[in-house]
Design a binder for this molecule. Structure first.
Ligand SMILES: *Cc1c(COP(=O)(O)O)cnc(C)c1O
Length: 451
């Protein structure tokens, strides 16, 4: 989209939410303050992103009123023809984008998508093997307190102590020891390329099915900048909101190999197995986001995300920060702050005090609890969508150094806060800046026919 003049959030709210403002001033004022907070801060949470206006419009369209149960052509209510068209459009785009043979676009989130894979393939008491939460894995891969851990016997694998990376020989040994029914690849805080092909070889060697959860790197995979799990995994799940830059939601994809045997089973495991009626407005927004991801400038965007992450990582290492695995190959990095002698929670709070938002994160073999942590995780997907580039990454690395390398003085905090404020003024916090409005419009044209 062309660069519009910077409006104040208040101006923007008046246009976009005029009715809400009038009808529910209490709720409106919360949204307004939150948007102001976002405008005034730098969002470096690795799972964050900023959707396009088209995604927002689809999400907020009248489709929200549609009650739709079941799948296209097999609904439980009448009057679903257009919603069949809508869902089929999203499915087609998902298959095209990821080279999949089957797509289910109904998961409310990636957590639900994972649930469906478990329900489809595992019985109570079966073993699952996923990446340890401390080592970058996700809660839904069998962490204590989750449904997966309750119903299955959950084991985890670690990263190598020295390299911080997955050691595939160690993983094979662990898999042979555990003999899981389902092996899970995928992470929320792992800064390196994941070798899905090798994961499959290991799954085959121990007779396990392979689930690849690509939630964090789906956008990079869509752009061809990270190897795809689709040819290797029995099941692929993802969030649609992270690097993929869509609405909050999930998807399940099957490759050629498993589509025939599993398509119906996985669809039933999701609905009615784990979910109720489809959220059609979110599926509409997924369709828009998938359409955008099929455009060439989405690849440009993902290149910029990677470039920004690499530059930020290099600068931070120059400043003496220790990065898990010694760098990054994707959109995120994990800092081990033991050298700076501060905890993750302290670092998170210090950066938040100057309006730089990151999250405390466990590091491999962390001695602290998840509420304290020894590290932080930093990502560049949202910052890149907002329009920040290379020079800004240099500036941000310097600010992070000032805030974390020593206890900052009141003067330092004041001056960094001012620098952040100046950076924030440069780009609005809610329209992606790297895309061209023409492609957004073109990719939404099909959808407009049904909305
Ligand atoms: C974020 C994430 C999820 C959960 O996604 P939601 O859409 O928030 O449910 C699952 N798996 C991985 C690897 C993730 O990073």
């Amino acid at each position: 989209m062309s660069r519009q003049p910077l409006q104040t959030p208040a101006d923007d709210e008046l246009q976009r939410y005029a009715t809400l403002r009038q009808q529910d001033p209490e709720l409106f004022s919360v949204i307004k303050r939150e948007r102001q907070r976002r405008q005034d801060s730098l969002d470096m949470i690795a799972s964050a992103n900023i959707v396009s206006p088209s995604v927002l419009e689809a999400m907020g369209s009248s489709v929200t009123d549609n009650v739709v149960e079941g799948y296209p052509g097999q609904r439980y209510f009448s009057g679903c023809e257009e919603m069949d068209r809508l869902e089929n459009l999203a499915k087609r785009r998902a298959r095209q984008l990821f080279g999949a043979a089957h797509a289910n676009v109904q998961p409310y989130s990636c957590s639900q998508a994972n649930q469906a894979v478990y329900l489809c393939n595992l019985k109570s008491g079966d073993r699952i093997l996923g990446m340890d939460l401390k080592h970058g894995g996700h809660l839904t891969h069998g962490a204590k307190g989750t449904m997966a851990a309750r119903h299955h016997v959950s084991y985890s694998y670690s990263v190598d102590h020295h390299s911080g990376r997955i050691d595939y020989d160690q993983l094979l040994a662990r898999a042979k020891e555990v003999r899981p029914g389902l092996l899970i690849a995928g992470a929320s805080a792992y800064p390196r390329i994941i070798d899905f092909k090798r994961f499959r070889e290991i799954a085959d060697e121990v007779g396990a099915l392979l689930l690849c959860d690509m939630a964090h790197v789906a956008g990079l995979i869509a752009a061809g900048l990270h190897p795809s799990p689709v040819p290797h995994a029995h099941f692929v799940t993802t969030s649609t909101q992270k690097t993929l830059r869509g609405p909050r939601g999930g998807m399940i994809l099957l490759g050629e190999e498993t589509a025939e045997a599993f398509a119906q089973r996985i669809d039933r495991a999701l609905f009615p197995g784990t979910q109720g009626a489809a959220h059609m407005h979110t599926i509409a927004a997924k369709a828009v986001a998938l359409g955008e991801a099929l455009q060439p400038d989405f690849v440009t965007y993902q290149h910029a995300v990677l470039n920004n992450a690499r530059i930020l990582a290099e600068d931070l290492m120059q400043y003496g920060f220790q990065l898990i695995t010694g760098g990054t190959e994707n959109h995120l990095m994990v800092l081990d702050l033991s050298r700076q002698r501060i905890t993750g929670v302290e670092a998170e709070n210090r950066l938040a005090s100057v309006n730089i938002m990151v999250n405390k994160n466990l590091i491999p073999y962390d001695q602290h609890s998840p509420l304290v942590c020894s590290g932080i995780r930093i990502g560049t997907a949202a910052m890149t969508s907002r329009g920040y580039s290379q020079e800004d990454m240099h500036a941000i690395a310097t600010m992070i150094d000032k805030m974390l390398s020593d206890t900052p003085t009141a003067q330092t905090i004041r001056s960094v806060r001012q620098e952040v404020a100046a950076l924030c003024l440069r780009h609005r916090a809610w329209y992606p800046r790297v895309r061209d409005s023409h492609t957004a419009t073109a990719s939404s044209a099909n959808l407009m026919e049904v909305l």
